[in-house]
Design a protein around this ligand. Structure first.
Ligand code: NDP
Length: 274
């Protein structure tokens, strides 16, 4: 698949279109988020990734209101936090996110982490919201194969997206394969390893060839793996840099070199221990 523009989208299992590149917002609250997001929207970003845990949904709602982008052009994702899982609490969390974001629907709602003993019940609440037409797509985050299999075996709807830690040191090839087989779109969080990708020599070498930065090489690697990616920055020059990834193509050999850096190393929590 050729991805050549910031407006290109992937098609989820239910036909909903989701941008390949999005704007991450974790730890951005009150810290340049509003201006950063407005700048991002201005240069073409359309996917916004938030969560009730980030405590920035209100700020995002205001930034959207102040931008001139029509709601139907946006793709807004939020997530139910761990302590609010369970059927009734999830419904309440969803309503609260809508209110804070000043919208009457979400494009994607996710279970933030697979809380043991709770996530199936939480998933049933997401199915209800989906059937009511209040969210265009539903999915999960930080689910391993065994969590996904559990949902597939016990629920009606297969998650449409799985948002996980994904970067050159954590490829998770089996999970990626499982998701492709089951039409679950994989989405990468911490795609830049929080800036660390800039110091990986093999990626620096590839970057020189294309006159790009290591960050841009890694985001392009995500796209060529057909993984949606949501780098976070509150700095205009970086927001722009992170979106300038549509005018070149990594070779199979370069993809293989980056795949080969995998160390199964997480910078965030392990989903079975969190
Ligand atoms: P990223 O890998 O996106 O890295 C963000 C960090 O890298 C920030 O410190 C940012 O700094 C810096 N940075 C951004 N662009 C550049 C650049 N071009 N050059 C150098 N440094 C840069 O990490 P995140 O953990 O933020 O992940 C992205 C998004 O994924 C989150 O914001 C959130 O929306 C989501 N997420 C989801 C999780 C989940 O459990 N589902 C967990 C964690 C994240 P600065 O802002 O100062 O520019």
């Amino acid at each position: 698949m050729k991805i050549t523009s910031i407006f290109d989208k992937t098609e989820l299992a239910n036909g909903v279109k989701m941008p390949w590149l999005g704007y991450g917002t974790y730890k951005a609250q009150g810290n340049g988020l509003k201006e950063g997001l407005k700048f991002a929207l201005n240069i073409g970003y359309r996917l916004i990734d938030t969560a009730e845990m980030y405590q920035n949904e209100e700020e995002i709602g205001k930034a959207i209101e102040e931008s001139n982008v029509p709601r139907e052009e946006l793709f807004i994702t939020s997530k139910v936090w761990n302590t609010n899982q369970g059927f009734d609490n999830t419904l309440k969390s969803f309503d609260s996110s809508l209110k804070k974001l000043q919208t009457d629907y979400l494009d994607l709602y996710l279970i933030h982490w697979p809380v043991s003993g709770k996530y199936l019940e939480t998933w049933k609440a997401l199915e209800k919201i989906y059937k009511e037409g209040r969210v265009k797509a539903i999915g999960v985050s930080n689910f391993l194969i065994h969590h996904l299999q559990d949902v597939i075996n016990n629920c009606e709807i297969i998650p449409m997206v799985n948002q996980v830690e994904f970067h050159p040191y954590l490829l998770q090839g089996e999970l990626l394969e499982f998701c492709k087989e089951n039409k679950i779109q994989l989405e990468a969080w911490s795609p830049l390893m929080r800036g660390r990708v800039n110091s990986i020599r093999e990626i620096q070498d590839i970057a020189k060839k294309y006159n790009k930065t290591p960050v841009q090489i890694v985001l392009r690697w995500d796209l060529q793996h057909e993984v949606v990616t949501i780098p976070k920055s509150v700095h205009e020059e970086r927001i722009k840099e992170n979106s300038d990834i549509f005018d070149f193509e990594l070779s199979k050999e370069e993809m293989r070199i980056i795949d080969g850096l995998d160390r199964n190393e997480r910078f965030g929590a392990h989903p079975d221990d969190f």
